[in-house]
Design a protein around this ligand. Structure first.
Ligand SMILES: [Zn+2]
Length: 263
């Protein structure tokens, strides 16, 4: 797909999908929506946005910190993470494509150079904003059956906020906002984000059973380079994911993910 969303129309039959998930990074869709994707009777499409290898070799401080945390050399980061993602997508039984845009830490390394500057609203000249707008316009037109799932922006990662802020300009009946995991697992984080957005969002609970839950766990575990940084290991991941989705199932047995729609 490279940098032009129009390439997507030539590569993928968008009209067949009823669910299209925009995943800022290689893991967000599986982390946030993996149970629903695994349980879906229809094939869904995941479009992961920030999948391009960095073109520069001078990395800023936060990129150096992340590479060390993931245990990956800079020139293997995207290759390894894409291979992990392919495994996760296969486990979930979902179609997937990569936009091949740059992650914030490589896209605007002078602006997004620390944890404080990475977890913030996007700069007005951030190229991700028009890229996502163009992609959403294309999806609205060429995937007329589809609900488009985008991040709510819990945790305030700039790439997640760029997608959220681009999406709210589009017809609300075509959109659903998913809770960004792992940020949403922090007590109070979803409520804080909802308070920022305003009182216009309505919750919808999407239930799934044990077999879809197991697929979600296996898919997340495929992101081996991310496991330590996100959860402190696979055992802790499974416990945290199980607790969150059992809580969202409320009084019922099983599990649920929660999405939000504009009222
Ligand atoms: Zn992300």
């Amino acid at each position: 797909m490279n940098t032009r969303p129009t390439d997507l129309v030539n590569r993928v039959d968008l009209a067949r999908y009823t669910r299209v998930y925009l995943s800022p990074h290689l893991d967000d869709a599986a982390l946030s929506c993996g149970g629903t994707i695994a349980a879906s009777p229809d094939r869904a499409l995941v479009i992961t946005l920030c999948t391009a290898p960095p073109s520069e070799t001078n990395f800023n401080a936060v990129a150096v910190e992340f590479h060390a945390e993931w245990g990956l050399a800079p020139d293997e980061v995207l290759r390894v993470r894409r291979a992990e993602d392919a495994e996760a997508m296969t486990i979930l039984g979902v179609d997937y494509v990569y936009a091949d845009w740059l992650d914030a830490i490589y896209r605007m390394p002078e602006a997004y150079h620390s944890r404080a500057t990475l977890y913030r609203h996007p700069l007005s000249d951030d190229p991700l904003l028009p890229q996502v707008r163009d992609l959403l316009a294309l999806l609205i037109a060429h995937a007329p059956q589809a609900t488009i799932y985008v991040p709510l922006g819990v945790g305030h990662h700039v790439d997640h906020l760029a997608v959220f802020e681009s999406a709210v300009a589009f017809p609300p009946d075509r959109l659903a906002f998913y809770e960004d995991i792992n940020y949403a697992l922090l007590p109070g984080a979803v409520e804080q984000r909802l308070a920022e957005i305003g009182p216009t969002l309505v919750a919808e609970y999407l239930a799934f059973g044990a077999s879809s839950f197991q697929k979600k766990i296996a898919a997340i575990a495929a992101y081996r380079s991310q496991m330590e940084a996100l959860f402190g290991g696979t055992v802790a991941m499974e416990a945290a994911i199980a607790a969150y989705h059992a809580m969202l199932a409320q009084e019922r047995d099983g599990y649920a993910e929660r999405i939000w729609r504009i009222a």
